[in-house]
Ligand binder design. Structure first.
Ligand SMILES: [Zn+2]
Length: 171
């Protein structure tokens, strides 16, 4: 089925909320640096509030999210920009408990997506995590050993508990 264009009413509630948001908008003229010097790589999971969990507010941090909160090539690209151009001095890599990317196999995710789509999804890659702490260790190492990041930023690896809101540092 070809993708159909969206109609204005598809987003009407969100655009109305945006009008209200704009009425008290406080970030006008903001320079876009990370005011708290913080960058966060975390999962797309909707249970995670990356700023709130660290006591930060909009403007404080650069945030990169993907399934699993993995340090991918795109995440490293973002961190290089953050460290060199956006005043990032501390980097937190934050996967979380009960993450779908850590509790299902790639074949299981393909089967679920395929069932939802009503068509073959075996060609779609999903970067599942077999050992979350080992993956975190590797991801933190990938940041620390990046030639353009290295010693320029402190790098920590944490797991966020979606049931308690607590961070536990592992690396
Ligand atoms: Zn997740």
């Amino acid at each position: 089925m070809p993708a159909s264009p969206s109609a204005p009413e598809d987003f009407a509630d969100l655009i109305a909320a945006n009008q209200t948001f704009s009425e008290s908008f406080a970030l006008s003229g903001f320079d876009g640096i990370a005011h708290a010097g913080v960058a966060i790589v975390t999962c797309m999971d909707s249970r995670i509030d990356p700023l709130g969990m660290l006591g930060l507010v909009p403007g404080d941090a650069k945030i990169f999210r993907n399934p699993g909160g993995r340090v991918t090539a795109a995440a490293l690209e973002a961190l290089v920009l953050g460290v060199h151009l956006l005043k990032v001095e501390r980097i937190l890599v934050v996967p979380h408990t009960r993450c779908a990317m850590g509790s299902a196999s790639e074949d299981e995710l393909r089967a679920k997506v395929g069932a939802s789509a009503g068509q073959d999804a075996s060609w779609q890659g999903f970067h599942v995590v077999h050992d979350q702490i080992d993956a975190l260790r590797q991801d933190v190492a990938a940041v620390r050993t990046h030639p353009l990041i290295g010693e320029r930023a402190k790098v920590g690896g944490f797991v966020y508990d979606v049931d308690t809101g607590l961070l536990q540092q592992h690396f």
